[in-house]
Design a protein around this ligand. Sequence first.
Ligand SMILES: [Zn+2]
Length: 142
Amino acid sequence: MTTLYQPASPDAIDKCIARLAVAFQRQIDAATVKVYRDTMSDLPLWAIEAGELQLRRKGGTFFPSAPEWHAAAQQAITGREHEVMTTKPSAPDVYECQECRDTGWGEVDRDGKTVCLPCTCRQWNTTYRRNTISSRKFQERA
Ligand SMILES: [Zn+2]
């Protein structure tokens, strides 16, 4: 299961670093890779990739710093949160996902027992995502 904010795996981050190095025609050593990987390790892969693409397209003479890349990825997260927050909510009695009624949790029968599992709609369900972001921001304020 992946969620909107699940941090990327080290291997996935390394692939992004390698692509960035190719784009900027740089050879980077293992120590540098480790610093970039550590810097980006709190972010989800989709945001790291979005930041990487932005930096590659922006170009320039110098290889982007780890903080620059982190900021570009964070900007992608802010953009997606804004998109989710400003998407018109569905009517209260109309669910985007009938399976979980937009809670993000579905009931599944396992060996005669009903168990709750993350619903497959989490990646596209704007109501679920909006509620998750609202909840996360509330927790950060608390
Ligand atoms: Zn669902």
